[in-house]
Design a protein around this ligand. Structure first.
Ligand code: C2E
Ligand code: MG
Ligand code: MG
Length: 590
């Protein structure tokens, strides 16, 4: 349709066939609002014609409509934009009319009318009509109600940018805002912002202990409490699960961010009702600021995330501020993690076996299997370095399964090739992560079945931290393992929580006293008193005691006199490669 040539009185409508039909009445059949207006510099905008749809859309007062034919396109008297209630917001529309006239071509306009309870959106097509023969310029404006479509679009957009559980902005939303803020900080001298990453400590306990609905309710409550700690201009987002992010823009100093972290820890310190139970929850917080020159928003999030993970490793309610050098360390660690993954896949790890000695007769009764990694470039990497890394990355699951299988098969080989070794057992270290995340009793059953060794010949070493992480769940796992035959040792006793409670609540067979205690026993009276209490308690509970890290004969003698029956340490033997361990066994059972 040629808009320039459009005229409501057009000759084209007055063809012989159309003579009987009122062209204006025809417009009423259109599902499209049609307005014809005259632009009058004195009277503003005079509406000449409004079809039924237009009357309905913009609520033209029925009194103003031709009474003889209510709802018809013809208006009883002339009216202006101002006569129409919704058109008191008609100013922008009028200026678009003027624009179309100025340009002498059709213009598109999205007209939004906001009222208290709703926002209406009309798509308007404004076309200047043929000017010839008329004194004042006229406009044809078609109106389509786009309100529903707009709402659907806005809904979609909201869903794309918000977390459905808490209603908070999601990662994409956060990233968009942060990207703008990072750019602003680069351009405006002295402007900086901070990102806080938060993760709820031990959140999986809520899900596992009380069920997912309780976990969801808790997250909604946390979201509300966090919001209450923030200023209006701060942005709080939920990234996933129990991970939240906060952007504080325009900070004066790092104190703004650490102060907020402190307020959040204080807010978290109060008990919360979870499924009717008082629970004390906490968060780990990582902070970074734009002072460290970040190129992109993603870099800030990554750095805050690194610090948050470090904070969580330090224990509950900790905050760590990212330092630039962490990044370099992190990069090295990521490389090392990749190398470890390959070492596991390629079978490059090895087990060394340290004899555990009966202190009364000097015989080896067992071997503790300890994983060794010889890195092709860095040489031997200490388990103190790669085990925590494996726990953090999840690699401990394949590593732990491998170590257990390898140790069981080695013992099977010894039992086959060396006579009278049927009572020798092998100790395998088991990380808390394996207990929580692996189907550990299945792994144990599989290793026993594949190697053919008896369950009683396998002892699993766990640390106290594994017991506290999720006591009920862990107790269930440990009982399941024990039903398969293996025994359990509590490793590094004395370094952790040393709660004597654990000894009673878990099916423990053996306590391994940590080497830091054993190392002091000949110098520090306090240590020897504690060791004495532990051995007496173990006797009562029918548990055996192993002293770790015996290095001198004095320590050996002291430990024996304090009632400790078994020990391991450099005094007797270092952890041995498998061939040396085989030779060691052969010597004893010759
Ligand atoms: P752990 O289970 O307490 O193992 C004993 C550690 O003490 C071993 O260190 C051992 O080499 C060392 N040791 C033994 N006797 C002496 C001594 O007389 N003096 C001194 N100073 N040290 C002694 P290693 O092999 O470096 O392992 C360190 C830790 O890494 C282990 O402590 C264990 O917690 C962990 N680990 C090692 N292999 C594995 C594994 O396959 N799985 C898991 N989950 N953890 C492992
Ligand atoms: Mg151990
Ligand atoms: Mg130990």
């Amino acid at each position: 349709m040629d808009g320039h040539m459009l005229g409501i009185e057009s000759d084209r409508l007055k063809t012989a066939e159309a003579k009987e039909i009122d062209p204006l009445a025809l417009l009423d059949h259109l599902n499209l609002g049609v307005l014809v207006c005259e632009i009058d510099t004195d009277h503003g905008c005079l509406i000449l014609t409004a079809n039924k749809s237009a009357q309905n859309l913009i609520l033209i007062d029925s009194n103003l409509v031709n009474q003889a034919d209510p709802g018809s396109a013809a208006l009883a008297k002339s009216m202006t934009l101002d006569d129409i209630p919704v058109l008191e917001f008609g100013e922008p529309l009028l200026s678009e009319f003027h624009r179309a006239l100025r340009l002498q071509r059709p213009v598109q306009y999205e007209w939004q009318i906001e009222s208290i309870d709703s926002t209406k959106t009309y798509s308007c097509n404004i076309t200047p009509l043929d000017q010839s023969g008329v004194a004042k310029p006229r406009i044809l404006c078609t109106l389509t109600d786009k309100t529903t479509e707009k709402r659907a679009q806005a809904n979609l957009l909201h869903h794309a940018l918000h977390d459905h559980l808490t209603g908070l902005p999601n990662r994409s939303h956060f990233l968009n805002r942060l990207e703008d803020e990072v750019a602003r900080c680069k351009n405006e001298e002295g402007r900086s912002c901070a990102v806080l990453m938060l993760n709820v400590d031990r959140f999986q306990l809520i899900n596992e202990g009380f069920g997912h609905p309780a976990g969801d309710a808790f997250l909604i409550e946390i979201a509300d409490s966090l919001r209450a700690c923030l200023r209006n201009s701060d942005l709080l987002a939920r990234f996933n699960g129990d991970e939240f992010a906060i952007l504080i823009d325009d900070i004066q100093s790092l104190d703004d961010a650490t102060g907020l972290a402190k307020r959040i820890h204080e807010m978290m310190a109060a008990p919360r009702k979870i499924a009717g139970v008082d629970a004390y929850m906490s968060v780990g917080i990582g902070i970074t600021t734009s002072e460290i020159s970040h190129k992109h928003a993603e870099d800030m999030i990554r750095d805050a995330d690194v610090s948050m993970h470090r904070a969580k490793k330090r224990g509950p309610s900790k905050t760590i501020v990212f330092a630039a050098e962490t990044n370099a360390v992190r990069t090295g660690q990521i490389q090392l993690e990749t190398d470890l993954r390959h070492a596991i896949e390629n079978g490059d790890l090895e087990l060394h076996y340290q004899p555990i000695i009966d202190l009364e007769n000097g015989n080896s009764i067992a071997f503790e299997a300890l994983t060794r990694w010889h890195h092709p470039i860095h040489g031997p990497v200490s388990p103190a370095r790669f085990i925590p890394m494996a726990e953090e990355s999840g690699l401990i699951l394949p590593l732990g399964r491998w170590a257990m299988m390898e140790a069981c098969q080695q013992l099977a080989a010894w039992q086959k090739s060396i006579k009278n070794t049927q009572n020798i057992y092998v100790n395998v270290n088991m990380s808390a992560v394996q207990l929580l995340e692996d189907d550990i009793s299945r792994t144990v059953a599989h290793c026993l079945a594949q190697s053919g060794i008896e369950g009683r010949n396998l002892r699993l070493e766990i640390t106290e931290s594994a017991l506290v992480a999720n006591p009920e769940f862990t107790a269930r796992c440990l009982h399941e393992i024990k039903e398969l035959g293996p025994t359990l040792a509590l490793d590094d006793f004395g370094t952790g929580y040393s709660s004597l409670n654990y000894l009673n609540s878990f099916p423990i067979d053996c306590i391994k006293i940590d080497q830091s205690f054993v190392g002091q026993v000949d110098r520090d009276e306090q240590s020897s008193k504690i060791i004495r209490i532990i051995t007496m308690l173990a006797d009562t509970l029918r548990m055996s005691v192993v002293a770790e890290g015996i290095e001198t004969s004095e320590q050996h003698v002291m430990m024996r006199s304090l009632g400790c029956r078994y020990g391991q340490g450099y005094l007797f033997s270092r952890p041995l490669p498998k061939d040396d361990a085989t030779a060691h066994l052969r010597k004893q059972f010759k």
